[in-house]
Design a protein around this ligand. Structure first.
Ligand SMILES: [Zn+2]
Length: 65
């Protein structure tokens, strides 16, 4: 069996599992995450396939008063 033939169908709610911008491989766990006091979380990802490193950031909006 070749696991490379298994393809993950794109999902509309795939925010927590980004694809590597270089090779398209789906990543499952962030290398590290840093929280910013102004409401941003930065995830640093390292691709197992090609070694590419990239960062995603999420803005957490404060709850509406
Ligand atoms: Zn990659």
């Amino acid at each position: 069996m070749d696991i490379r033939t298994a393809f993950y169908a794109p999902s509309s709610a795939d925010l927590s599992r980004p694809k590597c911008p270089r090779c398209g491989s789906v990543l499952f766990a962030a290398e590290r995450s840093t929280f910013n006091p102004n409401g941003r979380i930065r995830h640093t990802w390292s691709c197992d396939e090609c070694g590419n490193e990239f960062v995603t950031s999420i803005t957490i909006l404060p709850p509406q008063a």
